[in-house]
Design a protein around this ligand. Structure first.
Ligand code: FES
Length: 217
């Protein structure tokens, strides 16, 4: 949300609160993906770059695929026109989102299990940043496999859910991961955002087979 709207919510909650209630109510019969895509298109139509970046991040976090985002942009051609679609794609390219690269779009159509590491390479309770098939990951192993059950291993995308900053290994201190860009803080044991922000790290499905940790994306 822009600073101006944040200010108005605080200064005139009686008036501006109705506006947000109205917006929330408008989409209540839509599934989250559809709602996110429509919201995204409104930001393209208004050409508000900050809003577009925010809504794009949220749409991707909440399950929209890059191909669905591109479809939404192209379908809105009669309303947006080519210039606004190009404007949006230029921002996507500037954000350097790996999932939007043509080869990644192709790969997404063929999502598969990736061999991340040998399970013996990470001690119980530890977290490590690794590169796997061109993707940065934070891998956390629960301190006790018995207590963690199916959640013994957690494999997170290293890109921040706020604005997709690729979080470096130096951002890790104990169980805490702090994104260097705007200092959202995550707990690597759960992936939850515990300070400043609102969204958790993206956690890929994982499994152990023959002593190897595999992750699916
Ligand atoms: S990009 Fe803003 S906190 Fe990570």
């Amino acid at each position: 949300m822009s600073d101006a709207l944040t200010y108005l919510v605080k200064a005139r909650p009686d008036a501006v609160g109705h506006y947000f209630a109205f917006l929330k109510d408008c989409g209540k019969h839509l599934d989250p993906k559809t709602r996110n895509l429509i919201s995204l298109i409104t930001k393209v139509h208004a050409q508000t770059e900050r809003g577009f970046r925010q809504y794009l991040g949220r749409a991707l976090r909440e399950g929209c695929t890059p191909m669905e985002v591109l479809d939404a942009l192209l379908m809105a051609f009669p309303a947006l026109g080519l210039a606004k679609i190009v404007w949006a794609v230029d921002i996507i390219l500037a954000m350097d989102l790996p999932d939007f690269r043509p080869e990644a779009l192709q790969a997404a159509a063929e999502a598969r299990w990736h061999d991340v590491m040998a399970i013996g390479d990470l001690a119980p309770g530890a977290t490590s940043r690794v590169e796997c098939d061109g993707r940065g990951l934070f891998v956390h192993r629960a301190a006790s496999s018995a207590a963690a059950g199916a959640d013994e291993w957690r494999v997170y995308d290293s890109r921040c859910p706020h604005q997709v900053t690729n979080i470096p290994h130096l951002a890790l201190q104990g169980h805490t991961l702090t994104c260097p860009k705007h200092e959202w803080v995550f707990d690597v044991r759960s992936g939850e955002c515990v300070a400043k922000g609102t969204s958790p790290l993206k956690c890929w499905p994982s499994k152990v087979e023959n002593g190897r940790l595999l992750a699916h994306w």
